[in-house]
Write a protein that binds this ligand. Structure first.
Ligand SMILES: CC(C)(COP(=O)(O)OP(=O)(O)OC[C@H]1O[C@@H](n2cnc3c(N)ncnc32)[C@H](O)[C@@H]1OP(=O)(O)O)[C@@H](O)C(=O)NCCC(=O)NCCS
Length: 165
């Protein structure tokens, strides 16, 4: 199921990263997906559900490409289906993620993905009360913004973030 959702996500991101090409089978593919089952202590896959329906997914890793400390957590991929956007689903899913896996986090977002950048800045600032740092890293076709912050375990909220499987 996650493989199918990744196709929708990557297609969306091909607006930002025009170099993304389909394979001969008509799929983008996501080579690292099997690692989310073979390395369960360092890779975490979640389905976001809204009223019982699939509304998106989250992939997170322990170990971030933007941090030297191997324990720093990273949002690898994050997707809300178009049907559910701008209704707070993404914000709630992100907060549930950071509660579920408390600790030091990085979020990496392309400067070309203006909507996602506004989303992450707002959600992380809301979670931390502004206690975040932001840095720029080289990237193609746009630089990356890296948001770094720390999350605490909090009381569970109402949305459902089901780990898959
Ligand atoms: C980015 C994304 C996850 C946001 O999910 P969402 O469920 O729509 O976000 P929310 O409804 O929780 O938004 C919370 C706030 O973030 C900001 N925000 C969200 N999307 C935004 C956009 N496209 N443009 C500007 N601000 C945005 C707004 O302040 C919003 O609050 P408001 O709707 O009351 O104004 C979703 O658009 C998505 O999946 N995009 C495609 C994949 C992607 O880019 N993923 C991130 C990769 S780094």
């Amino acid at each position: 199921m996650l493989g199918n959702l990744l196709e929708l996500y990557i297609h969306d991101l091909s607006d930002v990263f025009p170099g993304l090409e389909l394979g001969p089978d008509g799929r983008f593919g996501y080579d690292k997906l099997p690692l989310y089952w073979s390395e369960p202590e360092r890779r975490f896959a979640f389905i976001v559900r809204c009223g019982g329906q699939i509304a998106g997914f989250v992939l997170a890793t322990r170990g971030s490409p933007a941090a030297t400390d191997p324990e720093v957590l990273d949002v690898a991929e994050f997707f809300v289906l178009r049907r559910y956007r701008r209704s707070g689903v993404g914000r709630q899913a992100a907060v549930l993620l950071w509660q579920r896996l408390p600790g030091k986090w990085t979020v990496r977002v392309s400067e070309g993905n203006a909507g996602a950048l506004a989303f992450w800045r707002g959600v992380v600032a809301g979670l931390t009360g502004g206690a975040l740092t932001e840095a720029t890293r080289p990237g193609h076709p746009h630089p990356w913004r890296v948001l770094s912050f720390e999350s605490e375990p909090l009381a569970p909220a109402e949305a459902h973030l089901g780990q898959d499987p």
